[in-house]
Design a protein. Structure first.
Length: 174
């Protein structure tokens, strides 16, 4: 069996960021999948399932209601490993173009109050599994990270070279 492209990235070297994961052709159209990574894989706690679920609902609702992106959005959903999300969009925008949109989306969530959209038994397959306070906390943390991160690092997957222990230590000290 062939590895799918997102598994062939060296996950020991991924840091939180926004990465072009794959580009597919559908007829004449390009469709781009971005890896919206919030956690350093296998190196810090992943996002709790209930928070992840709420983040999925609130951000999907935000993106589907945003006039400039609603028509380009194909999919927004959580990674099974609970360290980030995938967003699939029409065309091939650069990761740097996705940055302001996603920053807005996570800012929106970080300040979100009220009912979680779609969290009713008629709309959701596990409507009791939500955690808005933790979803807001995770969103605020990611916003702070994205705002201060080195943009030469957060838009490109790392080369297939292992981090040294010293690099790891610097990541966690920062
Ligand atoms: Zn749901």
């Amino acid at each position: 069996m062939k590895m799918i492209p997102s598994f062939s990235v060296d996950h020991t070297r991924i840091v939180p960021g926004i990465y072009e994961s794959r580009v597919d052709t559908l007829g004449e159209e390009l469709v781009t999948t971005f890896d919206v990574r919030l956690k350093k894989p296998n190196a810090e706690p992943a996002i709790a399932p209930a928070a992840m679920h709420t983040m999925e609902h609130v951000i999907a609702t935000y993106l589907r209601n945003r006039p400039d992106w609603a028509d380009r959005l194909i999919y927004w959903g959580p990674m099974g490993c609970l360290t980030g999300f995938y967003i699939i969009v029409k065309g091939r925008p650069a990761a740097a173009e996705m940055y302001p949109v996603l920053l807005d989306a996570f800012r929106y969530l970080s300040a979100y109050e009220g009912e979680v959209p779609g969290a009713a038994p008629e709309n959701c397959g596990n409507y009791l599994m939500h955690d808005l306070p933790m979803a807001r906390w995770e969103a605020a943390r990611y916003v702070a990270y994205l705002e201060s991160a080195d943009q030469s690092v957060i838009f490109a997957y790392p080369e297939a070279k292992r981090l040294t222990l010293e690099d790891d230590r610097q990541f966690f000290d920062s």
